[in-house]
Design a protein around this ligand. Structure first.
Ligand SMILES: [Zn+2]
Length: 265
């Protein structure tokens, strides 16, 4: 936000315009929800509209910019947003993105904490990440984006043959203190965390089911267990139902995260 608000005080890349333009465009797309600020239609051709026109002293500051479709931008011409019959757009433009405001209030504290680890810490904007990734011709995935954060991203990134480990936060247990019926009235006790046969829902297990059983085979994955000892195992190939806990060996205790091998580049 600060980079966009004060484009003059920032680095060379900003003054040259490429990265700055990218940041502003990304911001405006999010801010206006990929819709024209005037006719609210999704357009295929975006234009950055100056609410107070450039020709009448309007600045490049983010508060003076809106996303407009080509038709509206043409029609508006040299008028201000208010003169064009849209004083609301003027008001809307001066309200910063809600998410950006929330992130701004915590990011500095987070940054200071991370610096205390003694490791080199760098921050970067979402706009820069996308710019870095696009410059390097990489397709969009979360892990490639992670490699493209910040100014220190190398000129070329060797993504070929990289097998990413994808970690997803899933949360632990269920903290709902009472469960409700279809009308919202509490009618059930909270879910109990059950340990059955030494394992609990969320653990990663290996099940060795003997030949004598219908479900014979070796399964590795996240377990969901019932009090009866019957469980489901979520493997890479799908969910296997009705395995008995006696065949299960815990490999990794549930820690609130799901681990998965991503596809290689
Ligand atoms: Zn429009």
């Amino acid at each position: 936000m600060q980079l966009m608000e004060q484009p003059d005080t920032t680095g060379i890349e900003y003054q040259q315009g490429t990265l700055a333009g990218w940041e502003v465009r990304e911001y405006l797309l999010l801010k206006w929800g990929y819709r024209c600020a005037y006719c609210h239609q999704e357009a295929t051709r975006w234009e950055v509209d100056h609410l107070q026109p450039r020709s009448r002293g309007g600045s490049h500051r983010i508060k003076n910019l809106a996303l407009a479709c080509h038709a509206c931008n043409q029609e508006k011409g040299g008028r201000t947003a208010a003169e064009y019959g849209h004083p609301d757009v003027q008001t809307e433009a001066s309200i910063p993105l809600k998410d950006a405001a929330a992130v701004n209030s915590t990011r500095l504290a987070l940054y200071e904490r991370l610096k205390q680890t003694g490791m080199p810490v760098e921050t970067g904007t979402g706009g820069r990440t996308k710019w870095n990734r696009t410059q390097r011709g990489l397709p969009k995935t979360h892990w490639r984006d992670a490699a493209c954060v910040g100014a220190s991203t190398p000129e070329s990134l060797q993504a070929q043959g990289v097998l990413p480990l994808l970690i997803t936060a899933r949360g632990r247990h269920n903290r709902q203190m009472c469960r409700t019926n279809a009308f919202g009235f509490p009618d059930k006790a909270p879910k109990k965390t059950s340990v059955v046969g030494g394992v609990r829902t969320g653990d990663i297990v290996r099940a060795l089911v003997p030949e004598s059983s219908k479900k014979a085979g070796v399964y590795v994955g996240r377990i969901a267990i019932r009090a009866t000892g019957s469980c489901n195992i979520q493997t890479a190939a799908g969910t296997i139902q009705g395995i008995h806990v006696q065949y299960c060996q815990p490999l990794h205790r549930g820690d609130g995260y799901a681990y998965q091998n991503g596809r290689s580049a």
